[in-house]
Design a protein around this ligand. Sequence first.
Ligand code: CMC
Length: 390
Amino acid sequence: TGHTTLDYGFVNTSATKSAITFIDGDKGILRYRGYPIEQLAKHSTYLEVAWLLIYGELPTADELAEFDNRIRRHTLLHEDLKRFFSALPHTAHPMSVLSAATAALSTYYERESDPNNPEHVELNTIRMLAKLPVIAAYAHKKSVGQAFLYPDNSLSFVDNFLKLNFGVLSEIYDVDPVMTRALERLLILHEDHEQNASTSTVRLVGSTGANQFSSISAGINALYGPLHGGANEAVLEMLGRIRDSGEGVRRFVERVKNKEDGVKLMGFGHRVYKNYDPRAKLVKESADEVLEALGVSDPLLDLAKELETIALEDDYFKERRLYPNVDFYTGVIYKAMGFPTRMFTVLFAIGRLPGWLAHWREMQQDPQTKIGRPQQLYTGAVERNYPGQG
Ligand code: CMC
C-alpha cells in the first residue's frame, strides 16, 4: 500500500511522544526528567529516582518517606504465590521465573487492575515496586536451593533486597554499606532508557488495555534476550570463554570482525549511542572501586579492559562507532557482589522496573494513545485456489 514505510527495527519511527528520558546518542548524554544521569547516580537513591521517573519531579523528603513506607508495607507475597515457585524446576532461568511470577501476580489482583482506575494504577505501581524484588530474590534462592526469607521491612529498599538474596535463615544478616551503595548506583543507571525494546513492549501490550502486571511481565520477557538485557550475562560468559580457551583477546576480536559463527563482542554497540555510553563510563569507574572495597580481585575485569582497549583502537569498531554499553562492566561488579551469572539480567529488570511503570502510566494518560498496530509489506502469494476449487 502506498501509505506504508518499511522500517525494520523501528530505526526511524517514533511511536510516541515522551517527557521521561532524554538521550543524545551522538554526544553520549542521558537525562531522566532533565537531570543528568551522572548527578543522579552520585546523589540519589533508587526510590527517589523511581518517584522522579513516575511522577515527573524529585520528591520532597515527606513524599519520599511516604512512598518508601507504602512500598515496605506491600513487600509480602501471598503464601500461595510462594508455592508457585516449587512447581518450577530448580534449573529454571531466574528471568523466566521472574516473568512467570509477575504474570501470576496479576491473578491475585484481577479485581483491582483496571488501567482506567487511578487508584488501581497507583496501588499496583506500589505493589510491583515492592514485590518484584522479592520475586527476583526468590528466583535466586530457588536456583541455589536455599530457603526463602521474609522481607525485613526495617531495612531500606536496597538492603532488604540484598538480605533476601544473601541472607540465610540461621544467621543474622549484616548490612554492608559498600554493597548497598554499589547496587543502588547500578540500579539507578538502569532505571530508564526511553523507547528500548522492553519498554516499547510494555507500551505495546499496555496499549491493548492490558493491566500493569501483564504489560510488565511481557517487558521482562523482551529484556531477557541477549541483544537487550541478556547481554550482561552474555558478557561474563564471553569473558570466561576467552579466558578458558586461551585464544587471547586479539584472536577473539579477529573472529568478531570476521563475523565467524556470528560471534559478536557482547556489551558493545548500541542502537542509539554512537559514542561512549554514559552509563558504561560510570559503571567502569565504579568497577575498580567496588572490587577493591569488597576485597575482590577478578582477572576478568582486566580481560574486559584489555578487550575494550583493543576494540576501541580497531577500525572495525571505529567505523561502526561501537563503544562499550551499560552491560559491558556490570557483570564483573555483580559477580564480585556474589550474584550468580544467571541473576544479572534479573538485576537489570529490577533496575528498569520504575521506567516501565512510568512509561506505562504516561501511555495510559496520553489522549493520543491508540492500540499499537504496525503495518506490513505483504510479500506472499497474490491469490490461488484450494486444490479442486476453480
Ligand atoms: N560486535 C560486533 N559487531 C557489531 C556489534 C558487536 N557488539 N554491534 C554491532 N555490530 C556491527 C554489526 O554487525 C553491523 O555491522 P555491518 O554493517 O558490517 O553488518 C554494524 O555494527 C551495525 O550494527 P547493527 O546490528 O545494525 O546495530 P543495531 O543498532 O541494529 O544493534 C545492538 C544494536 C545493541 C543490538 C548491537 O550493537 C549488538 O548486538 N550488540 C551486542 C549485544 C549487546 O551488548 N546488547 C546490549 C545493548 S545496551 C543495553 C540494553 O539495551 O540492554
